[in-house]
Design a protein around this ligand. Structure first.
Ligand code: SF4
Length: 348
């Protein structure tokens, strides 16, 4: 494919926000700065120059699952486990609110210790303040998702990781691809803002599979898409695999922005971990959300999905200062809104 053909594809997608699979594959393979710049332009047209901030609370690193790529997998006996109490979680949410955050993300491994009633109590206490709550606590039943929604949860993150069923089931032992899809459908039907996403760089993953993932995001009408880059964790079965390709992940971010112009796309921590200033590059390629972990270093160092995570030695003031300093020169500023996915009337 020539540069001219890429230019034509970009002109067409900027007008109608649709791409077929072969066009996505071409852009994933050779989309260069033209692709990244087009995504940044679309992001500015639909979402302006604001960056939505999320306060991230990783409240437990216990997990009953054994995902091959993750340092928190139940079989990693070297992981130093912790679990916050109900009071600790609520008080961190209070801290986030007092610091001006309008959204808190409560994230954990799939920890069966907390009951749904306990989650509901936590949500109700946090919602005494005017703050949006995103949950990222794994697969639940329809009834459980419904209870959590009734308690006040606004959004839910559940990455599909890969839409290739064989690859999904290879790297997620004893988990069912169909159940993952069922969870996403349930969440949508209950009125959550739903986030999903993929892990770029899994061994055996092809460009065609990533293109299928991007088409899936559009098909399910996702509200948020998080694209991580695979980083090998030595105490996992994929510890000896090669890391994912940062530039490929960046192109996947940009293409996702082109076809879903008004959704929320975080510049993920993995992007910054794998490449210095990777977060800024993502923000210049269509991403518009930053999550800052507001817990103490004690917890941050132990939420070890992959090693050497960026930002674990910085406190909240330092992280905020660094973010503000980095986005100012590119003309972006931190939003003081909840940053919900407001479906734009510009959407085609
Ligand atoms: S990816 Fe999530 S569900 Fe899988 S082992 Fe890690 S924390 Fe558990």
């Amino acid at each position: 494919m020539t540069k001219k053909m890429i230019k034509n594809i970009l002109q067409q997608v900027e007008a109608n926000h649709t791409l077929d699979k072969s066009e996505i594959i071409s852009l994933l393979r050779i989309g260069g700065n033209e692709l990244l710049n087009a995504a940044n332009d679309i992001r500015k047209t639909y979402l302006g120059n604001e960056i939505y901030l999320r306060a991230l609370v990783e409240f437990s690193n216990y997990c009953c699952r054994t995902c091959y790529y993750c340092g928190l997998r139940a079989e990693n006996k070297n992981a130093q486990r912790y679990r916050m109490t109900e009071d600790e979680i609520v008080s961190l949410a209070e801290k986030a609110y007092n610091r001006g955050f309008k959204t808190i993300v409560l994230q954990s491994g799939e920890d069966l210790h907390y009951s749904i009633d306990e989650y509901c109590r936590i949500i109700e206490k946090i919602k005494k303040n005017d703050i949006a709550i995103t949950l990222s606590i794994g697969e639940k039943s329809f009834g459980e998702y419904k209870q959590l929604k009734s308690a006040g949860a606004d959004r839910y993150l559940l990455r599909i990781e890969t839409t290739n069923k064989d690859l999904y089931e290879k790297y997620h032992p004893n988990m069912s691809y169909e159940n993952r899809l069922r969870c996403l459908e349930d969440l949508k039907s209950l009125g959550y803002e739903v986030g999903t996403g993929s892990l770029i760089g899994l061994e055996g993953q092809t460009i065609e599979m990533i293109a299928d993932d991007i088409m899936f995001f559009k098909r399910i009408n996702a509200d948020m898409i998080g694209l991580g880059v695979f980083i090998p964790h030595p105490q996992t079965p994929l510890g000896q695999s090669s890391a994912g390709d940062f530039d490929l992940a960046l192109r996947a971010v940009a293409i996702t922005r082109l076809i879903l112009p008004d959704i929320n796309i975080p510049a993920t921590t993995a992007m910054e971990t794998i490449r210095k200033n990777g977060r800024l590059a993502a923000l210049l390629s269509g991403a518009n959300v930053v999550m800052l972990n507001i817990a103490d270093e004690f917890y941050k160092t132990k939420y070890n999905i992959y090693p050497d995570k960026s930002g674990i030695n910085q406190n909240l003031d330092e992280m905020l200062a660094e973010l503000e300093t980095s986005i100012k020169p590119i003309g972006y500023k931190i939003s003081d809104s909840k940053g919900s996915h407001l479906v734009s009337n510009k959407k085609t």
